[in-house]
Design a protein around this ligand. Structure first.
Ligand SMILES: [Zn+2]
Length: 453
């Protein structure tokens, strides 16, 4: 193999950025390589200042949760800062995350950086920019294991779930077991609190929205609904829009990486270029590339955390490179986040199917309100679903037909109606997965695939 064949390409060099942006990338990369212990082994792989920063990034490996765990939080603190001192002075906290893959990571949490990242994301949506001042009233509906006050035995008062300008609507982490009284309480509290922003896990808010529509309740609509914590299903968004008269925007990020993409008022997801760089790694053409691929995130300006080329674990779809009607043009723009890499499935012929593709197919099935598909064999798929307003057998028939269009004629699909589908811990729904998940690295176009360490 020639040396040229080993040189990795950078997709980032095809995007448009502000003039100072490459310099910010350089600073983030140099801080990692020369001032942060966890990246010691990467230094010999660096192409150096004679190359563009995007080429320098492309020559490096991806950072995974495995490295985050192996080096520990201190390994990613630049410039010799000391975590113990930061904890003593209350400048930082340590926050443990248990991601959807079950890999627990301890992160240094520096609130001013998080707030700045969130504020930068609001600039990418006209509705959010108009009202999200940082002092606005905000109601939050998500698993209390992700944010808020968990209580599975008994209930907490509204006062006990209020923290400054934030109201946490639920102390219970499983919407499939919410009582009607609990959901009535949530509606009542929204009408009293009158939030400007309602931030919600989409499956949780969809559950409440179905309750509101079914009981014909009157509910206060915020100025904007921001969906986060999990990837929204088309079904979730439709159910929410039936109950609330407010624009909906999807905000995408991670505890480790802050705010990475924000949906604009025209429905595309724009990179939060003020706080992070994103490397897109296309899948090979046989797996949906080059429009579908994975992303690696590099964060800017966190004095307590140097994170470079972090594999955030999701699959995304590009927007086709057409200008967005909103006029924003900096950074990567997405048509959609397609779901987590661990939620990929395969056709009987071995072609990759994203959760987004499954969701798109099932989104048009009348009467389908919740679902989960599990691939149990090379050509065997099991669908569990919740139907409302339409006979289960009709929903099952339409859903199987929609899935056949995705997986092909050789697919064997069974469907079972259920009363409800509970989220995985700590409160995130899984819409599709295989018994044994695919190695997503093997799906990448080799020209862009990161070096394996
Ligand atoms: Zn836009």
């Amino acid at each position: 193999m020639s040396i040229d064949a080993c040189i990795k390409q950078s997709f980032a060099s095809t995007s448009t950025y502000a003039p100072h942006y490459p310099q910010r990338c350089d600073e983030a990369l140099d801080e990692a390589l020369f001032s942060t212990q966890a990246y010691d082994a990467w230094r010999t792989l660096d192409l150096g200042p004679a190359s563009t920063v995007f080429s320098r990034f492309a020559a490096l490996p991806a950072l995974t949760k495995r490295e985050l765990r192996a080096c520990g939080p201190q390994g990613f603190v630049p410039h010799g800062r000391d975590i113990a001192e930061g904890l003593t002075s209350h400048e930082i906290e340590l926050v443990a995350t248990s991601g959807a893959t079950g890999d627990q990571v301890t992160n240094v949490w520096y609130q001013p950086w998080w707030n700045a990242s969130e504020a930068a994301s609001w600039q990418l949506n006209a509705h959010a920019r108009a009202v999200a001042t940082g002092a606005h009233r905000e109601a939050i509906l998500t698993s209390p294991l992700c944010a808020g006050y968990p209580c599975e035995d008994g209930y907490l008062t509204m006062e006990q779930r209020t923290l400054g300008r934030f109201l946490y609507l639920s102390e219970r982490s499983d919407p499939s077991s919410w009582s009607n009284d609990l959901m009535d309480r949530m509606v009542n509290e929204l009408n009293i609190f009158r939030p400007v922003v309602l931030e919600a896990n989409p499956s949780f808010l969809a559950r409440l929205s179905r309750h509101i529509v079914k009981r014909r309740m009157s509910v206060h609509s915020p100025t904007i609904i921001v969906l986060t914590y999990e990837n929204p299903s088309i079904l979730h968004r439709r159910q929410i829009s039936r109950a609330f008269d407010a624009p909906i925007a999807s905000s995408y990020g991670a505890t480790e990486a802050g705010y990475v993409f924000m949906e604009c008022e025209a429905g595309r997801l724009h990179q939060v270029t003020a706080s992070c760089h994103v490397d897109f790694l296309p899948f090979g053409p046989e797996h949906g590339g080059p429009e579908v691929g994975r992303i690696l995130v590099t964060i800017f300006d966190n004095p307590w955390r140097s994170l470079v080329r972090f594999d955030i674990g999701d699959v995304v779809r590009l927007d086709g490179h057409a200008p967005c009607p909103c006029g924003r043009h900096e950074g990567l723009a997405l048509k959609s986040v397609e779901g987590r890499a661990v939620h990929l499935t395969l056709t009987p012929e071995g072609q990759t199917v994203t959760q987004g593709t499954v969701d798109h197919a099932l989104g048009s099935v009348t009467g389908l309100v919740e679902y989960q598909i599990l691939q149990v064999g090379p050509s065997d798929y099991h669908l569990r679903f919740v139907a409302e307003g339409v006979a289960s057998r009709l929903v099952a028939g339409a859903a199987c037909e929609a899935l056949k269009a995705v997986y092909g004629a050789a697919a064997v699909i069974t469907a079972d109606p259920v009363e409800a589908i509970a989220p995985d811990s700590p409160g995130k729904y899984c819409l599709a997965r295989m018994l044994e998940s695919i190695d997503p690295h093997a799906l990448l176009d080799d020209k862009y695939a990161p070096r394996v360490t």
